[in-house]
Design a protein around this ligand. Structure first.
Ligand SMILES: CCCCCCCCCCCC(=O)SCCNC(=O)CCNC(=O)[C@H](O)C(C)(C)COP(=O)(O)OP(=O)(O)OC[C@H]1O[C@@H](n2cnc3c(N)ncnc32)[C@H](O)[C@@H]1OP(=O)(O)O
Length: 214
């Protein structure tokens, strides 16, 4: 792999546990007690960056500050298995800044119910959520439902039907449940709803990874 973060995967493969580990150490402490506020501030930054039209002077001012902040973060970069973003299960969306912040209302081996909120950062056009971000949220929550039912899986296919416009800045409900299983295959279904109105529904196949499988 190349790039600034390219070292993480080979190290994991060397340990013989594959690139997608069968056990992931969940954390609630890495990054410190205010890490959730940091992630939320980053999300707010992304929302405002999407919405802003800065003057040249303001742009340049923010640019120099951002470069300084990025230098600070570069100094504390670690691999994906230990980074708090993605493993802080006490935070909305595991502290993953790309996902719409979601929290579980219910979760078990049969399925999960989550509440989530897309925001300006997720804008597609004309006040609607970008369909790709709907897919991101659905894949994530279906993946977690598959994980609770079976273990670590990967998405083999995901079909999404966009039934009506998904609104920004609105509390939505995302349900994902196991439809049936066949060997390593878990077939799931999901719905994304704004109250009684279905925004999208989906069906997917997740494959249980073999030991050591990337
Ligand atoms: C706190 C942290 C939490 C962490 C929790 C994190 C949650 C986030 C979840 C995000 C999940 C993702 O986005 S994962 C990333 C997106 N997905 C990927 O990158 C997957 C790329 N594809 C692959 O790696 C591979 O194709 C696999 C793993 C999906 C399957 O490969 P394989 O393991 O070799 O298995 P294979 O023999 O091919 O298939 C097994 C069976 O499934 C069937 N099968 C396979 N693919 C398909 C298909 N597309 N459509 C129909 N059927 C299929 C085969 O025919 C076979 O059936 P039969 O002959 O047995 O009947």
């Amino acid at each position: 792999m190349t790039g600034e973060f390219g070292g993480a995967l080979p190290a994991a493969v060397e340990e013989g546990v594959g690139g997608f580990r069968t056990t992931i150490e969940n954390t609630t402490e890495r990054g410190g007690v205010n890490y959730g506020e940091f992630i939320e501030e980053v999300r707010t930054f992304m929302d405002r960056a999407r919405a802003a039209c800065p003057t040249t002077e303001l742009n340049d001012d923010i640019l120099s500050r951002l470069r300084a902040i990025n230098d600070l973060l570069k100094g504390v970069t670690i691999d994906e298995w230990y980074a708090p973003s993605g493993t802080r299960t006490d935070l909305p969306a595991r502290g993953n800044i790309m996902l719409p912040p979601y929290t579980f209302l219910d979760q078990g081996a049969d399925g999960v119910v989550a509440t989530l909120r897309f925001r300006r950062f997720h804008l597609g056009g004309n006040s609607a959520v970008h369909g790709g971000y709907v897919g991101l949220a659905v894949d994530e929550v279906m993946g977690l439902a598959a994980g609770l039912a079976r273990g670590i899986t990967r998405t083999a296919y995901l079909t999404i039907n966009y039934r009506s416009v998904t609104p920004l800045d609105t509390d939505l409900e995302l349900k994902a449940w196991v439809d049936r299983t066949e060997g390593r295959k878990t077939f799931l279904r999901a719905t994304l709803s704004d109250g009684d109105r279905v925004c999208a529904d989906a069906e997917a196949l997740f494959i249980l990874l073999n030991p050591g499988q990337r």
